[in-house]
Design a protein around this ligand. Sequence first.
Ligand code: SER
Length: 586
Amino acid sequence: MISANDIRLKYLNFYKARNHAVIPSAPLVPENDPTVLYTTAGMHPLIPYLLGQPHPAGNRLVNVQKCVRTNDIDEVGDAFHHTFFEMLGHWSLGDYYKKEALAFTFELLTQVFEFDPQSLSVTCFAGDLDAPKDEESSSIWQSLGIPKDRIYFLPKEDNWWGPAGVTGPCGPDSEVFVDLTKKSCGPNCQPGCSCGRFCEVGNDVFMQYNKTSSGKYELLPKPNVDNGTGLERNLALINGFNDNYLTDLWQPAVKLLENITNREYSDNKREFRIVVDHLRAAIFIIADGVFPSNKERGYILRRLIRRAVLKLHLFVPDPLLPSLEVANVFIAQMSPVYPELNSQKDLIKKTLADEVGKFSKTLDRGLREFNKIKKLDGKAAFDLFQTFGFPWEITIEMAKQNKQTLNYQEFETEFKRHQQLSRTASVGMFKGGLQDQSEITTKYHTATHLLHKALRIVLGDHVQQKGSNITSERLRFDFSHSDKLTSLQTQKVEEIVNQKIIDNLTVSRAEQSKSQALSQGALAFFVEKYPDQVSVYTIGPEENWFSKELCGGPHVNSTGEIGGIKIIKEESAGAGIRRIYAQLTK
Ligand code: SER
């Protein structure tokens, strides 16, 4: 069997021999694109370079990139969809263009991956008001030996890629498909047909446009080539499998599940695939710093873990150990390629165990209630959610499993009615238990100022803020410092912050000139970012303040409101930069 590692190496070596520099995979959490939750393609971390900025490694690049596509969650369970996948990708940043790009693709697919040239069909962009028909690619394909009757011109929905988020580089593309069955399902059977005859094995995007926030396509200074292809799918096809899960990427985990559950994969394909796919995605996501939560990235993670647990629960009474065992298999198998899995292994296991444990309890209770329900309507589904914390998507999943239908509208009506009721009920209530999200983020914001100062006390005045990111679940703070913090240093920092919280210092805001504030010792993230007149937050009495920072706020009125913090992780965030994650303890 050809292994995933063989393919990674063959791909990288092919492009290395054609002067492409190998670059590492970027993290799954995009660093500069707030419009998407996860890195969805190899081009994603390269957006600034596709827009024209020079890349330090040159203008021909290649890599294997970790990706997560959340719109595929519900598709997982079939033979070739995944939430986490590895993308083999290479780029020409304003260097070679269509002719070389398509010739490379053809050579790789036919000589290295050894697909039969007779089984390949290609598609090209049909043209519209934004860009012309791509006759050029079609004639290049013909010169490479693909006959006209296997070249299809398709519209934007099929043959245009990007932008990855809302704005950014994009353009027409040309895709290559392997004909798996050579059997047409009807007169319109062509690449992209849902009958499953054609499988995409490569995509060259000719990134020559930048889509602006007003929806316009502007020409980029230099056209680029962005090529990407899924490792999992190619690996299966190269081995002659029509199921990705039969490859060495998945078999160890699948076999383990067979042992744990005493069932055969062949009889439980959908459930097994969901379990291994979702747990693999979850460990990679956790390794890149995401925690389960009820919002955005954390919610995707939570959904993946819950769905895996739900499926495991069909086979074993307690999913905790099986999920950890599956996670262990992936950590051991994939950390030679992605060492972060090994360095974050304790955090991964702890986070996974906590979430699985919590959800298993909800699940046990919810399932008992679910089984008591005589008529599964929107109200019953809402009650399960409201009273037992049983998530809506799990109710749908259960309904599917039991071949029942569920009306989402009914659930939504019930949900809205309830929201209305609780809004009315909360008028005049004490704030107490009704903490909203902005209150929590405000606490985190003030905690960040305390943390910044505490780090300077413990590590020295070279500590400067390099970045900050707050969610309702945690704060993340990046700062200049070259060495890993010792556990004693971390403990000291945490103690100082918590002491200042216990001291219940007042937090006050004043408008001042920037120069005056700076001369008093106020800290600023980017000095040049601020206007001449700035707002300054001071923690502690004016004559003996603890922290002073240029900042737009908002902040709590006194530090006691924060309750307490705990540093949950410290890691590198690049050369000379450390990153701290902390959570509120109350
Ligand atoms: N960005 C394109 C894709 O994701 C090619 O890399 O298919």
